[in-house]
Design a protein around this ligand. Structure first.
Ligand code: ATP
Ligand code: MG
Length: 664
């Protein structure tokens, strides 16, 4: 098991008696340490079920599971490898009843949340304001504040309004038996903190907890970790302060600073050898991060040779930049096919184009398409944001949790089934009068007094249909059965016709229908069946469709299916964390894009010098985070790196003159 590890890595893998922090630069094998340590502990006799490894994304989790399987075979299946949020789902499902939550609770996504906030405010708000409320409420929840506490500490009228809304919002979530993403961390924390028997149970269940990308955890996640591991502190955290890029979402480096204080016996291990990149690439990375203040000084070296120099490429505008990127991919690939040059063969999957913001992908997509180069956009607009997919999800959520009112309202009207707004309005008033969910209310005997027989009949029919689906979904296991069931259901509700009725263009409707089928197949595949693992052993891991339905909100990408595709990756820098490619093209490295244009802060405030100072400090902090983002981008590259910028960049609808990023 020690093959492929250096001494410092081995030390980290073998230390299992207490708290361990591996603090090291990019590409030094931190993630490898986690995977090997899981394998090591199992070989030493630890029950795989007592190990939890926490990753930053679902994709990272599935990759780690694959690697672990490669090392120790099927025993890896029992290790809990997931994100903090997925761990939260499990904890809330098992123990949420002590907080008054049914195990079939719904998980709301960001759009549901803004919808509920708009409705809670009386429905006259615009989207931007609702988003801003959501953001503030999320921040408070991440700080562990209840709505009363938020109200008590509100700084101005606006905050008082938001705190009042937060109270209404939380009431609605409770009524809908729903939680938002922040609750998936906050609730487990409350469970462990306020319920000693729950705490004792989880602490006893887990023998060792490993956390990857520790620098991007937030305060609540750290509290959760501490309570999970208890006094003994059997955990391994690995991270790199230079790669902390989620500060804007509440992640805090304080978590790194606090570790040695909270765990005085903390074993700190530093890794210095980079196994990913050539020296030229590493030098560029070190130059970029250099000006940032050093929290923990680190040195990194590579033995992979000097390699090709890092290229800086200029372009007139984005379209030109995209053409040049495509040309580079084509010429590198051509090199690889000429035997006499001795250059390695390069697959499409060896290339990644990385950028600061989602919208930057467009020109590159167009250019790649024109050149017939296959690609995928990761970290972009999620499949799950599409209207047709959200329609299906509403149904899934409703059959998993009948009390999910937002899902009820969407499902009952999609496709239309002759239940109109007046009927639903009456049902809503009745439900809130008797404190029932819409679904519960529709079966109440006294509802008949408020509605026509016809309207009541339609509601009852819908209710019975949902019950029927719930029953069938509960008893549908395995991919084949699930596919059959889903196809039948789509026919029953005539969803394809609904798509064609709603679209002026046949082509758009057909594309949506393809998405729907693809999504259903993907859902079905998650119900298990024949799965061939690395060792070629076939096993059956069956899940019911009902179980799978509950967790869809967590899966923001369907990337798990895409991993083997031989295509060029287009990704935001944020979504590229932890990954690596032989050839990386870092694009849009133009002043104003990276670092991202940050308002004119200090001057526009113009208030007291104290406010100026605070604004300056804020700017400096943000600039440091942009610098780390650039560092993350550079360090994704293994063999070659090209950095490009444009002489003109889009600013709103205009084109403005631009300069190369200060990071170049
Ligand atoms: P990041 O900071 O980007 O998350 P990391 O520190 O997690 O990087 P890994 O992804 O674990 O680094 O490793 C980087 C690359 O180096 C991987 O391809 C890995 O397989 C390889 N690697 C790690 N350790 C060794 C080693 N001891 N010998 C050979 N290759 C190694
Ligand atoms: Mg890593």
């Amino acid at each position: 098991m020690s093959a492929g590890l250096n001494l410092a890595q081995l030390q980290a893998v073998h230390y299992t008696d207490g708290a361990c922090l591996v603090l090291a630069g990019a590409g030094s094998g931190k993630t490898r340490v986690i995977t090997m340590k899981i394998a090591h502990m199992i070989e030493k006799g630890m029950d795989p079920r007592r190990i939890a490894a926490i990753t930053f994304t679902n994709k990272a989790a599935s990759e780690m599971r694959e690697r672990a399987k490669g090392l120790i075979g099927r025993r890896a299946k029992d290790v809990l490898i997931c994100t903090f949020h997925a761990l939260g789902v499990r904890m809330v499902r098992e123990d949420g009843h002590v907080l008054g939550l049914k195990p079939q609770f719904s998980i709301l996504d960001a759009d549901d949340v803004t919808g509920i906030l708009k409705e809670a405010s009386g429905g006259t708000t615009d989207m931007a304001t609702a988003r801003q409320w959501q953001w503030v409420i999320s921040k408070w929840k991440n700080m562990g504040l209840t709505s009363e506490q938020a109200l008590a500490q509100a700084a101005d009228d606006n905050e008082r309004i938001i705190a009042t809304l937060m109270a209404r919002y939380e009431e609605r979530l409770a009524a809908y038996q729903s939680v938002d993403f922040d609750d998936l961390i906050g609730m487990p924390l409350r469970l462990l903190r306020d319920f000693p028997e729950v705490r004792a149970k989880w602490q006893a269940a887990l023998g060792h907890v490993l956390v990857d990308e520790y620098q991007d955890t937030n305060a609540t996640q750290y509290e959760l970790l501490k309570l999970l591991v208890g006094e003994k502190g059997h955990f391994t955290a690995v991270g790199d302060d230079d790669q902390s890029i989620y500060g804007w979402r509440g992640a805090t480096l304080d978590n790194l600073k606090k570790l040695p204080v909270d765990y005085p016996h903390l074993k700190v291990i530093k890794l210095e050898q980079n196994y990913r990149s050539t020296s030229a690439i590493l030098r560029a990375a070190n130059n970029v991060i250099g000006p940032n203040p050093k929290l923990f000084p680190k040195t990194l070296f590579s033995e992979l040779g000097e390699g090709e120099p890092v290229r800086v490429v200029d372009a007139d505008n984005e379209e030109h930049e995209a053409e040049r990127a495509v040309a580079r991919i084509q010429s590198l690939r051509a090199e690889g096919t000429l035997a006499q040059t001795g250059a390695q063969h390069k697959e499409f999957r060896d290339f990644a184009i990385l950028y600061r913001a989602n919208h930057q992908a467009k020109p590159f997509e167009k250019a790649l398409r024109k050149a017939n180069i296959p690609y995928k956009v990761s970290g972009g607009q999620s499949f799950f944001d599409r209207a047709e997919i959200r329609d299906l999800c509403a149904w899934f959520r409703l059959w998993a949790n009948n009390d999910d009112d937002p899902a009820f309202l969407r499902a009952v009207t999609t496709p239309k089934r002759g239940i109109g707004h007046t009927t639903l309005g009456t049902l809503g008033v009745y439900a809130s009068q008797y404190k029932l969910s819409l679904f519960e209310a529709l079966f109440s005997s006294s509802l008949g007094a408020a509605l026509s027989t016809k309207a009541l009949g339609s509601l009852h029919e819908f209710g019975r249909y949902v019950n029927d689906l719930e029953f069938r979904a509960r008893h549908t296991e395995g991919a084949d059965n699930a596919t059959a069931f889903l196809r039948e259901w789509l026919k029953e509700i005539d969803y394809e016709k609904h798509l064609h009725d709603g679209e002026e263009s046949e082509k758009v409707a057909a594309a949506k229908w393809t998405n729907v089928l693809e999504f259903c197949d993907w859902m079905a595949a998650r119900c298990g069946g024949q799965i061939e693992d690395v060792a070629g052993v076939t096993e059956r891991e069956l899940k019911s469709l009902l179980e799978v339905s509950q967790t869809i909100a967590l899966l923001s990408t369907i990337s798990e299916r895409e991993k083997d595709q031989n295509v060029v990756t287009l990704s935001t820098l944020h979504a590229s964390k932890g990954l690596e490619w032989p050839h990386v093209l870092l694009v849009g490295v133009t002043e104003g894009m990276l670092p991202f244009k940050m308002g004119d802060g200090a001057d526009s405030l113009g208030g007291s010098s104290k406010a100026d100072e605070a604004a300056n400090e804020d700017m400096a902090t943000r600039l440091q985070e942009e610098r780390r983002l650039m560092y993350v981008g550079i360090t994704r590259a293994q063999r070659s790196l090209a950095v490009s910028w444009t002489r003109r960049r889009k600013k709103g609808r205009e084109l403005v003159t631009a300069l190369p990023s200060r990071f170049i």
